[in-house]
Design a protein around this ligand. Structure first.
Ligand code: BTN
Length: 236
């Protein structure tokens, strides 16, 4: 896969949004520092030196965007597990990676429909050697904080990209779903607190099925189905 590197950029996702037409398919952009790193739900993504900040462009993809995003997060969690031999990694629906109760990685997807062209951009941030800002240390963690070792981000990226291409070539939906479920922290029976964006209410419920593109939660006597953009979830 072609890779484009920047020392400093506003956001690798934004770069692909602006330039996807002239770039090959697929291709990846990564940067040492992002000055305007974007997180989900319009949050900021802290992207200082030492982290792995990259976005992959899929032009006119044959697979649906949620599947592409799932491929990226599965491949990322697997490399973290391989590198550390640690058991504490898991995927938190929809595509965050946690180590125990702290977030180490997140994914931000952007779909573009422009005339007859479509593009899906999957941006991934993984805290590798970067320092986690003081105000986030109760929620976030880096690979270096887990193992005490420094890592070569571009080597990790190379493995991730090779593995993404392999998943695309040998696409096997059943296998992907079973790996996703296996790594999932949120499972049927998980007790969760749900913060709804529509009214900012926080409610406690129980997850009813393996979450995938959406999540089914029983709250009191009612059953709700949410998309990832509707709520934030916490294990309870
Ligand atoms: C989240 O969990 O909120 C998603 C974080 C996504 C961060 C990555 S870093 C590379 C790419 N460029 C961005 O501006 N954001 C994504």
């Amino acid at each position: 896969m072609k890779k484009i590197h920047f020392n400093v950029i506003d956001s690798t996702n934004t770069y692909l949004e602006k330039n996807f037409r002239k770039l090959p398919n697929p291709c990846a952009v990564y940067a040492d520092i992002q000055t305007v790193g974007k997180g989900r739900l319009n949050r900021r993504w802290d992207s200082g030196a030492g982290g792995l900040w990259f976005s992959v462009l899929f032009k006119n993809p044959l697979l649906p965007p949620p599947v592409l995003q799932r491929i990226c997060s599965i491949v990322s969690v697997e490399i973290l597990m391989e590198l550390t031999d640690e058991k504490g990694f898991g995927l938190k629906w929809p595509n965050d990676i946690y180590f125990k109760d702290k977030k180490i990685s997140g994914c931000l997807q952007k779909n573009i429909f422009s005339g007859s062209e479509t593009a899906c951009i999957v941006g991934t941030g993984i805290n590798i050697n970067n320092t986690i800002p003081e105000e986030l240390t109760d929620k976030g963690i880096s690979l270096k904080m887990i193992t005490g070792k420094e890592y070569d981000c571009s080597e990790i990226l190379n493995i991730i990209l090779i593995n993404i291409e392999r998943e695309l070539k040998d696409f096997d939906e059943k296998n992907l779903i079973s790996r996703y479920r296996g790594y999932s922290i949120i499972k049927p029976g998980s007790k969760v607190s749900v913060r709804r964006f529509e009214d900012e209410m926080v409610l406690v419920g129980e997850v009813l099925e393996h979450p995938m593109d959406d999540i089914k939660i029983r709250i009191g006597n009612e059953i709700f189905i949410y998309k990832s953009g509707d709520i934030t979830l916490k294990e309870w």
